[in-house]
Design a protein around this ligand. Structure first.
Ligand SMILES: NC(=O)c1ccc[n+]([C@@H]2O[C@H](COP(=O)([O-])OP(=O)(O)OC[C@H]3O[C@@H](n4cnc5c(N)ncnc54)[C@H](OP(=O)(O)O)[C@@H]3O)[C@@H](O)[C@H]2O)c1
Length: 255
């Protein structure tokens, strides 16, 4: 993936978690880009002309990458985007923004940059009504899929349920084990790694183990009672809901 010749650099807006990773990846790809954020103004080099606000220099850019909060997107684009200016791209998995196309990176972006090998593997989800991913962000070369824009809220809710809710569950698990019995989260990390590895295997349908997979009603009831007795009501509730919705699968697996 060499540098794609282009007349104008890109403009990256924001200095949050996604902006850090996009900046790292664009550097890795040698894609010329200027970054601006409310806190810092221009990061490193301002564009030729050196306007203090990027919105005064939009003609200097080929793409505007909006790595800003979802709830700021619509207002920012409606105030600054024009039909003849650069292509505006945002990264929200759920929002549909008039005047900007979405390219949602299906990944989680923390406070530290990732290894260079990670970035090209991240899939992007674009809107099927809009440009293809390679037209929207030429030179990235990542895998991509398109879905109808109207389906984005559901798509994003599923991403959050799978990625963010499990993160909350694991954080809770680490905290409960450490707080109650002094168990170091490091000691538990291989359990998490193996669960992820089993889910990534070709046989991911059989990744579920334990009492729910075995349809072991007695152990399930004991588990839920223990959570109730420890006043971990939210976990007990989640457990019950998952058992109820998973039982037919568990019976099939156990049969
Ligand atoms: N992080 C992820 O894992 C992830 C994954 C996929 C997609 N995304 C998407 O990436 C985008 C950014 O998310 P993030 O996680 O990077 O958020 P973040 O770390 O909270 O950063 C948000 C950035 O938005 C800026 N901002 C907020 N309101 C603004 C405004 N009115 N004008 C200009 N800048 C404004 C903030 O600047 P100030 O500090 O000045 O407020 C900050 O630089 C969102 O659309 C999100 O859905 C994130």
């Amino acid at each position: 993936m060499g540098q794609v010749p282009r007349a104008k650099p890109w403009l990256l807006l924001g200095d949050g978690q996604l902006a850090l990773h996009l900046r790292t990846y664009l550097r890795q790809l040698d894609i010329p880009c200027h970054q601006w954020s409310r806190r810092q103004g221009w990061h490193e080099t301002p564009p030729p002309g050196g306007a203090p606000e990027p919105t005064a220099a939009l003609g200097a850019f080929d793409r505007v990458l909006l790595a800003i909060r979802d709830d700021a997107l619509a207002d920012f684009v409606s105030r600054h985007a024009t039909s003849e200016g650069p292509t505006w791209v945002h990264f929200s998995g759920s929002r549909r923004i008039e005047g900007a196309w979405s390219a949602h990176p299906l990944c989680t972006f923390g406070p530290e940059p990732y290894e260079p090998a990670v970035y090209p593997t991240i899939p992007f989800v674009v809107e099927s009504e809009g440009p293809r991913f390679d037209e929207l962000l030429p030179g990235l070369g990542n895998p991509s899929v398109a879905i109808p824009a109207a389906d984005k809220p559901l798509y994003h809710a599923l991403c959050v349920a799978a990625g963010n809710l499990t993160t909350l569950l694991w954080q809770r698990f680490f905290a409960e084990l450490e707080g109650r019995w002094g168990i170091d989260p490091e000691l538990v990390a291989p359990y998490l790694c193996q669960i992820a590895a089993n889910l990534q295997s070709a046989d991911r349908q059989r990744a579920l183990t334990g009492p729910i997979a075995r349809a072991d009603r007695e152990t399930i009831d004991q588990n839920v009672e223990a959570l109730d007795a420890a006043h971990l009501d939210d976990l007990a509730q989640i457990y019950r809901v998952f058992v109820d919705s998973t039982q037919p699968v568990a019976r099939e697996t156990a049969a």
